[in-house]
Design a protein around this ligand. Structure first.
Ligand SMILES: [Fe+2]
Ligand SMILES: [Fe+2]
Length: 166
């Protein structure tokens, strides 16, 4: 991906990172050693890269925004707590409720967040953007569970998120 193509990724990350709560995802482990912020940025990066590589005609801003917020549930799901006992089933709705407190989301972004756990949650993704994020999320999750290394582009975007607050 060249720098021109990654502009939309950087723009969306910088925009969301103005909220401390978005950066607070870095406090919570998602899989393996990967925190929720790094996981979300990886899902956004690979979803966007796949859309470009496959010449998919998608709404790129919504694809990236939805991917960045798909796991915006803001707690450590590894800690035993009755409030998130059914985390796998409930966290998309929690992520959407949290995201809506800070941003106005369009239909595509809402579909990405609420449907990304298909088929665990039997809610079919309606948009092409949601189908792509649903697939990439699983690929990234397996990679993180296997402790595979994070690519340098995703690391750079993570550093960008942490350092861009104005
Ligand atoms: Fe998730
Ligand atoms: Fe995820």
């Amino acid at each position: 991906m060249d720098s021109r193509e990654s502009t939309i990724l950087i723009h969306c990350i910088e925009n969301l990172s103005q909220h401390d709560s978005f950066l607070s995802m870095g406090k919570y482990i998602q899989h393996g050693h990967t925190d929720c912020l790094l996981h979300s940025i990886a899902v956004a990066y690979y979803s966007y890269a796949a859309a470009k590589r496959l010449h998919l005609n998608l709404n790129e801003k919504s694809l990236v925004t939805g991917a960045l917020l798909h796991d915006y549930f803001l707690y450590d799901w590894h800690e035993p707590d009755t409030s998130h006992r059914f985390h796998g089933f409930t966290h998309p709705k929690t992520a959407l409720e949290n995201a809506r407190q800070n941003w106005n989301l369009n239909k595509i972004e809402i579909d990405i967040i609420t449907k990304h756990m298909f088929p665990l949650i039997l809610a079919l993704p309606h948009c092409k953007e949601s189908i792509l994020v649903c697939i990439i999320d699983k690929v990234c999750s397996i990679s993180e569970i296997l402790f595979l290394p994070t690519c340098k582009e995703v690391r750079c975007l993570y550093d960008c998120a942490i350092n861009c607050k104005k």
